[in-house]
Design a binder for this molecule. Structure first.
Ligand SMILES: [Fe+2]
Ligand SMILES: [Fe+2]
Length: 141
């Protein structure tokens, strides 16, 4: 399993100065950390399944909140951003199905690293663009 170091935890530089988004992103990193921890303890059955369920559920809720926010501010990148969200939901669903079918082999280091990197890259690029738009719009009005 990946080491539990700063590389896999929330970093202040990931903050976007949009409290709703920042608190959700911190929570997502922490839930992903719980998946890491459950795998590390070799709790292949319920603990990993439960941690993945919590991560998937919260991710869907966060994406819905973020997409509502985009609609509220008439964000022009909504469609593109939504597609990125849908992609991660599909990946999380596929992982959950694999855990249900073949738990011990379902999650490996590469899968967890991929999820973490996806999340960080998405926050730094797509969510950062949205935050910039929100800040610009709030200084306009
Ligand atoms: Fe997003
Ligand atoms: Fe986000």
């Amino acid at each position: 399993m990946p080491e539990e170091n700063n590389e896999h935890s929330w970093q202040p530089h990931l903050s976007l100065d949009v409290p709703l988004m920042d608190s959700d992103h911190q929570k997502m990193v922490s839930l992903l950390g719980e998946v890491y921890a459950a795998c590390k303890r070799h709790q292949w059955d319920d603990a990993v399944k439960d941690a993945m369920f919590d991560l998937s559920l919260f991710t869907v809720q966060h994406f819905n909140r973020e997409e509502d926010l985009m609609r509220q501010v008439d964000y022009p990148g909504l469609r593109f951003h939504e597609k990125a969200h849908q992609k991660l939901i599909k990946i999380l669903d596929a992982i959950s199905i694999r855990i249900a079918q073949d738990h011990a082999a379902a999650i490996d280091d590469q899968t967890l690293d991929y999820l973490f990197k996806w999340l960080i890259k998405h926050v730094k690029r797509s969510d950062h663009q949205l935050a910039k738009f929100i800040h610009a719009k709030s200084t306009d009005s």
